[in-house]
Design a protein around this ligand. Structure first.
Ligand code: NAI
Length: 703
């Protein structure tokens, strides 16, 4: 049982105890209801306290029960809350640290509430595509007032208890404890007071009986609805939060509860809710590596050296400075160092200007940054990350030098985006200490960190880098070694399809629009212009040598031959006005594409948005299926995290693999077979990957 029951004097104390946040799993729920029954049948008990052990009152639903029948098994949360309300003896919630979701709903079912300051209070269900489902939408407006309650429910964001306690007329907290430390003692005293107060058998207060009204209800809810609609766009839950809170003001409490439950159940089945819940779990799962247990020893990383102060080196350094870890940047020339430091300064200053960073924090961070031109100065760093030119020869020289100067036990990482990490490791006498840390540009902003596990990378190094990823607030996902790792290997197929599509009849703008309507942050051509089309050009030149005969549209090469590298040259797939980022369709590019079609004897055809999206997204899926089968990624959800956090895949679709699951793998494979018949496309590529074919045959899904 994960709730402890203790009687202290004449007060029964029920302490939820289900680390890390006292999730309301079945055993905890049973513990609470048993405690309530026991307390009510014990004549010596006069009042009851419900509280949480450790660092939370309760964080709400137990994520281990997500999607399992246990989640709704009796006593479900609604029954537990009813048991609190029905207790003949006063029940006091002693709230501290964290009271979220079901945890807050439980507290709202108690007769009284005392809170410690600094407690984070929230109903975050909307972030999982849901609304609160155990009375939160009906009770919170009754204690806080309609507007603050709706605000909390729609945003899902936590608010500190002492702030809530300041709201005029609030009834959420009957009393505030002086401090978190004194909460237990103050709750005990309060419980005794309450026992005395109700010794005469006077009725116990219930939140459900409080009135719930808004003086200008109709107007207010109309405003709220308009505002939420604009912001929520692809998400159905936020407008439903408005409906549910409005119901609290218009319906009887019990009817409001039925209405809330109906909305909750309907939302549960939406693809958006499934996507958000999938991401929640996938994010946690990414840090779990099948053969690297969580208790694997980790090395201390208290200082970092970065080789190369260019685009990536600077951004990478900022991550560590932000986390309070000193960084030393090394370059070949002083000018390069000066440029690198100036860019970092400029980035921080922009944050200060926007009010996102305090001046003193900025100075603290800059004070952690030092530079050098000499390898002699970096030998003592715990971790060194190489971000020099993407050429094996340059990497070889750097890693040989690092092997010479770095102290034993230092981790040697490369930020290479495509090169063979095993080969890089072989330039050292300590391949077990070598790992890929593949950041995404801009490295100080993008969440994704692909951690490349070399054939000889030690488990300790891997565990250390994964933990470090968390510390610098990245989503770290492990990838095996292959050309492009998980993300860029898949994007190669996506880019190839984008090329075929314009050859066959689309304009770049049509492709981008279709994909952006699907929900991508940016279509492939706008993305190419942003990243620099020359990067892909260089990679294709290498691949043409390594993999001759690979079929692809030459339009991207022709574009680069015109010197149109993208935003940085003021022209790419689109035209750009000086200093602006708006993509303007280019007559020159259209002409280039038409000439190319004529030379290849292609008669352009009209291509639907549906075909565009399917070919682009399913190309990701088929390549991903190969990646999974080869063990480059250990689970489908890792691939989803890579695409959600590094490539702008629409969040509400949950990543390419979940999207394919939701479309149905049979349908995905059938579409691939259709695409294979297109003579302009690559029939061999569109053979469903063996893993995909097996899943279709077995009626299974990726996730
Ligand atoms: P960059 O050209 O902006 O910067 C490279 C820097 O390394 C230059 O400042 C150069 O002076 C310095 N450098 C070159 N050889 C050196 C040496 N032997 N010792 C010390 N410094 C040296 O290049 P960028 O874009 O920062 O790329 C660096 C690495 O990061 C490459 O491996 C690239 O593939 C990878 N990468 C790049 C991404 C991007 O979007 N730019 C994304 C992810 C990875």
């Amino acid at each position: 049982m994960t709730a402890e029951y203790k009687v202290i004097g004449d007060v029964a104390v029920i302490t939820m105890s289900n680390p890390p946040v006292n999730g309301l799993g079945l055993a905890t729920r049973v513990g609470i209801t048993n405690g309530l029954t026991q307390a009510n049948s014990d004549a010596a008990v006069k009042s009851i306290i419900i509280t949480g052990a450790g660092n939370a009152f309760s964080g709400g639903a137990d994520i281990n029960e997500f999607g399992s029948p246990k989640a709704i098994q009796e006593p479900n949360l609604l029954s537990v809350i009813r048991a609190c309300e029905n207790s003949a003896k006063p029940v006091l919630a002693a709230v501290h640290s964290v009271a979220m979701g079901g945890g807050l709903e439980l507290a709202l079912g108690c007769h009284y509430r005392i809170a410690a300051p600094g407690c984070k209070v929230a109903l975050p269900e909307v972030k999982l595509g849901l609304i609160p489902g155990a009375g939160g939408t009906q009770r919170l407006p009754r204690v806080l007032g309609v507007e603050p309650a709706l605000n909390m429910i729609v945003s899902g964001e936590p608010i500190n208890s002492e702030m809530l306690a300041m709201l005029p007329g609030q009834k959420l907290f009957d009393r505030m404890a002086t401090s978190a430390e004194s909460l237990a003692a103050e709750a005990m005293a309060y419980a005794k007071e309450l026992a005395a107060q109700h010794a005469d058998g006077s009725a116990l207060p219930l939140v459900r009986n409080l009135p719930c009204k808004h003086p200008q209800g109709d107007a207010y809810f109309q405003f709220a609805r308009n505002m939420v609609k604009g912001m929520a766009k692809n998400y159905p839950a936020p407008p439903k939060c408005v409906d549910a809170v409005e119901a609290a003001t218009k319906k009887k409490f019990e009817d409001g509860m039925v209405f809330e439950r109906e909305i909750f159940t309907n939302l549960m089945w939406t693809p958006e809710c499934r996507a958000l819940r999938h991401i929640f779990m996938a994010d946690r799962a990414a840090s779990k590596i099948p053969d690297v247990p969580s208790d694997t020893p980790k090395r201390t990383i208290a200082s970092v050296a970065v080789i190369g102060a260019g685009t990536m080196g600077g951004g990478i350094s900022m991550n560590f400075l932000n986390a309070g870890i000193p960084v030393k940047m090394l370059e070949m020339k002083q000018e390069a160092l000066d440029r690198g430091v100036a860019t970092i300064r400029k980035n921080y200053e922009a944050q200060v200007k926007k009010g996102k960073l305090k001046q003193d924090k900025y100075e603290q961070r800059m004070a952690l940054l030092t530079t050098t031109l000499s390898y002699d100065d970096i030998g003592s760093a715990d971790l060194v990350i190489e971000a020099v030119f993407e050429e094996m020869g340059v990497k070889e020289a750097v890693f040989k030098k690092l092997d010479e100067v770095m102290k034993p036990g230092a981790i040697l990482a490369s930020n290479t985006s495509t090169l063979d990490v095993n080969k890089i490791a072989s330039f050292t006498k300590r391949p077990e200490d070598v790992v890929g840390m593949h950041f995404f540009s801009p490295a100080n902003v993008m969440k994704l960190l692909e951690v490349i596990r070399g054939a000889k990378t030690s488990k300790e190094v891997l565990a250390t880098v994964m933990a470090l990823g968390k510390k610098i607030k990245k989503t770290a996902v492990v990838s095996g070694v292959c050309d492009g790792f998980i993300g860029n290997r898949m994007i190669e197929q996506y880019s190839r399809q984008a090329g075929f599509l314009i050859e066959e009849g689309c304009t770049p703008a049509q492709v981008d629009k279709a994909v952006e309507k699907f929900g991508f942050a940016m279509g492939p051509f706008r993305m190419g212009d942003l990243a620099g089309n020359d990067i892909g050009w260089a990679i294709r030149k290498r691949r043409n040598v390594e993999r001759p005969g690979m079929k692809y549209s030459k339009t991207a090469d022709l574009l680069c031959e015109m010197g149109r590298f993208g935003q940085k040259t003021g022209a790419g797939w689109y035209d750009y006005q000086a200093g602006k980022r708006d993509a303007i369709p280019s007559a020159l590019v259209v002409e280039m594409i038409e000439k190319h079609r004529a030379a290849e004897g292609i008669t352009p055809r009209k291509i639907s948005d549906e075909e565009i999206v399917q070919r682009l997204v399913f190309s990701l899926v088929n390549e991903a299926a190969h990646i999974l089968e080869e063990g480059i990624a250990s689970k489908a959800s890792d691939i989803d995290m890579v695409y959600l956090t590094g490539y702008g895949f629409p969040i509400f679709r949950g990543g390419p693999m979940l999207y394919a699951d939701q479309v149905g793998l049979f349908n995905v494979a059938e579409a691939m077979k259709r695409f294979a018949k297109n003579p302009r496309d690559d029939a061999a590529f569109w053979q469903p990957a063996p893993l995909l074919a097996r899943l279709v045959a077995d009626g299974k899904t990726f996730n």
